[in-house]
Design a protein around this ligand. Sequence first.
Ligand code: NAP
Length: 282
Amino acid sequence: MIISGKELSVKLKAEMAEEVAELKAKYGRAPHLVVILVGEDPGSVSYVTGKAQACNALGIDNTTIRRPESATEEEILSLIRDLNADQNVDGILVQLPLPKHISEEKVIATISKEKDVDGFHPLNVAALWQKDRCILPCTPKGIIKLLKAAGVEIAGKRAVVIGRSNIVGLPVAKLLLDNNATVTIAHSRTQNLKEVCLGAEILVVAIGRPKFVTADMVAPGAVVIDVGVNRDPETGKLCGDVDYAAIEPIASHITPVPGGVGPMTITCLMENTIQCYKNFMA
Ligand code: NAP
């Protein structure tokens, strides 16, 4: 079974568009997301454009603030502080990566925890690990939604997450654990990765290497979630971290790239923006 993040996103976005219209009628304004883009990196420009389009489709107000590559760290931090204080701004997102002379840690920590729609602020991360109320990071949140929508039972399953980044691997592992899976986190120093993967009933791959996971690493009937976004070196087309063509016939469920996890990330960003707005308005 192919788990389509694209299809689920269409459904969730339609529901959110209705909710936004109701909220606007109730509170007199729509949720407002501000995205800060520093520099001209084409990948970042494309991501930021996608976020604005998603907001527009849902009736969420959105502003993209562009600053040149030469912007100083203090200029960006000062901009964020102004947005933190702006009562008409519900969510703030700074597109990563930033130019080397700007500290991503400082930028993330400067965004108000209440407006941190990415869920990257240290206090949101701490709250996640302490099982407190928090804003969940978009990609991990989207993965859990995909699994649940596909009817995959997570509780009691053996889950393996390859990758331990702060934005994908670690929070995915934590959310799987919170859903009562037994979780193994694998990484670049893991020995016998194939054996570890073969023990997985749910395999989440977030590495960033095209077709790294091959069919001999996946147990028949496993659920495979491919987070990777890469270019296939042979065709130049977008591809994931798993060899989709070889694994699709043996997996019970699999997410394609594109059209799997990616659309859910942006959908969860919209959801987080609405959540921040509701928290503020309530
Ligand atoms: P990252 O920060 O570079 O982390 C990669 C992880 O993979 C690290 O933990 C690394 O281990 C591990 N790794 C690298 N080589 C490995 C190997 N040979 N064997 C086992 N583990 C290995 O990347 P990320 O930000 O988590 O992103 C991962 C992928 O997901 C990328 O393709 C990215 O573009 C994609 N992504 C997609 C979305 C989406 O919405 N679809 C969102 C975010 C990211 P060490 O810790 O030991 O170095």
